[in-house]
Design a protein around this ligand. Sequence first.
Ligand code: UT7
Length: 334
Amino acid sequence: MRNSRLRPVKITGLSTYVPPRVLTNADLERMVDTSNEWILQRTGIRERHIADPGTATSDLATRAVQSALQEARVAPERIGFIVVGTTTPDTIFPSTACMVQNNIGARHAWGFDLGAACSGFTYALTTAAQMVATGAHDYALAVGADVMSSIIDYTDRTTCVLFGDGAGAAVLGPAEEGEPHIIDFAHEIDGSGGAALMMPAGGSRLPASHETIDKRLHYVKQDGAVVFKFAVKKTEEISRRLLDRHGIDPSQIDLFVSHQANRRIIEAATERLGLAPDKVVINLEKYGNTTAGTIPLALADARREGRLKKGDLVLLASVGAGFTVGAVLLRWSL
Ligand code: UT7
């Protein structure tokens, strides 16, 4: 996007999907030693949507993609590229992107899954945007989707209250000269933080065995305090870096949409950035942390509430396991 030979890219359709079943804080009170007060006060979450057994990430992603394509008025055959940011693929292989491609009938597409945890959507957006910017493809899909309930230990109160299931998809296409478009991105990874948030078993390091199951190693393990501090610091840092590059003061942002993990993380980071609360989207009370789904879900809610208008200057930001860090700056195009 910094190369002047690249063409401008815009979001031409955005949609989301969450499974209908709701798991409330009251439900969790009956499952683990927790309370509605603790969850609300420490995280801001009231409820989350949970997929029924047998429902996989591609099922959620396909629903989101189909309605995003409808809004964009782009036929599936015109999609050249599909990237799915997910931590909970249907299977280790084949990729969820292949399943979505088949479900929607995108006969001319190629694509893959992208592992960036909670930065799944920002990284997918950037990756797909590059495919359109270079002219390699006219239309691309950026998807963020997770069925976190498939890797959450519902006997561990430190993690099970945090996560939910959900998906979002953006259709990307070329923007006309002067039209609102994606302006730039800043991304970084820091593998030294890997141990703070991970699923220890099920990969090549510790393949599934009776022992890994007995030790409950196929679930999310998190050092919450470490992730919390890193998320606050890096959300501010990556946002400033991207804005500084364009000589934009945070006060010029119309809407800040970050990953939704914890209300206190978003409030602390945006306070440091000096953003007024009315410019910040927080919708995690309804969905919890849906990992790659949070940013499209927050964008969709902001649109529904009339908080997002064509031409608005929008900053997306995410921090996730890895660690992965990302920000995308755009003019809203829908
Ligand atoms: O998307 C990236 C992924 N994750 C995140 O961004 C999450 C980042 N971290 C966080 O959001 C917060 O660290 C948590 C919400 C996970 C935890 O909040 P905290 O304020 O850091 O609490 P804590 O871990 O320091 O725990 C405080 C106390 C502990 O009890 P003791 O040791 O003080 O007696 C915990 O055992 O709260 C206890 N606790 C709970 N109590 C009731 C932990 N979870 C619960 C719970 N219900 N669900």
